[in-house]
Design a protein around this ligand. Sequence first.
Ligand SMILES: Nc1ncnc2c1ncn2[C@@H]1O[C@H](COP(=O)(O)OP(=O)(O)OP(=O)(O)O)[C@@H](O)[C@H]1O
Ligand SMILES: [Mg+2]
Length: 216
Amino acid sequence: MRIYKLFTGGVIDKFDFPISTGKEGNVYRATTKDGELRAVKIFRTSTSTFKDMVKYVHGDPRFGGLISNRKKLILAWAEKEFLNLHAFDRAGVRVPKPYVHKDNIIVMEYIGDGVEPARELRNVRLEDPEAIARKILDYIRLAYQKAKLVHADLSEFNILMLNGEPVVIDVGQAVMLSHSRSGEWLERDVRNVARYFKKYDLAIDAAAELEEIRRE
Ligand SMILES: Nc1ncnc2c1ncn2[C@@H]1O[C@H](COP(=O)(O)OP(=O)(O)OP(=O)(O)O)[C@@H](O)[C@H]1O
Ligand SMILES: [Mg+2]
């Protein structure tokens, strides 16, 4: 029904193909009525294992709340990803532009060309790795200083390369600086970048970068 409403609401004209099918959800390429490309991320609110669980839990008065909580958690997650996309965008971090959020579905800018979706950082050979690493570290700093957010799952898996430029994706888990573990996760993000760029023989001083990010 929600997907149907995306159609009737004029957001999407057709779904083209799945870009990625994961455990928590799928990402599809879709086309609007105006012929523009979009990425639609649909979070699964019920997995097959979950359906098996429901059989045994549904109707048991002790566990009535668990189902709705799980669902609520996933809906909150989708909303969080949508809000985080806006916040990263406003802070100057290159992310897919968020367009529409409805329950467990997010419609955002499609990162890719007419032929294929952009590749993840881990699957491209960079011409100027130093410039790309610099840009990613700048994005971490902008997110921290302007959006007050830590991505918390930043790696070569969650950065797409579009026309030689990095685009940060998968921001659902990003947390505010007020989160008790934001410091730890910021460090992990920066160390992930430093670790990845070692394969290009770049020596990134994670401690110095962290100090720069935290300075304001
Ligand atoms: N806006 C987009 N445009 C093009 N491709 C995208 C877009 N968003 C996501 N993708 C593709 O879909 C994949 C999965 O997206 P994302 O990382 O946001 O979802 P996920 O649920 O966390 O999946 P995973 O567990 O695989 O990380 C990405 O690695 C990327 O290849
Ligand atoms: Mg991902």
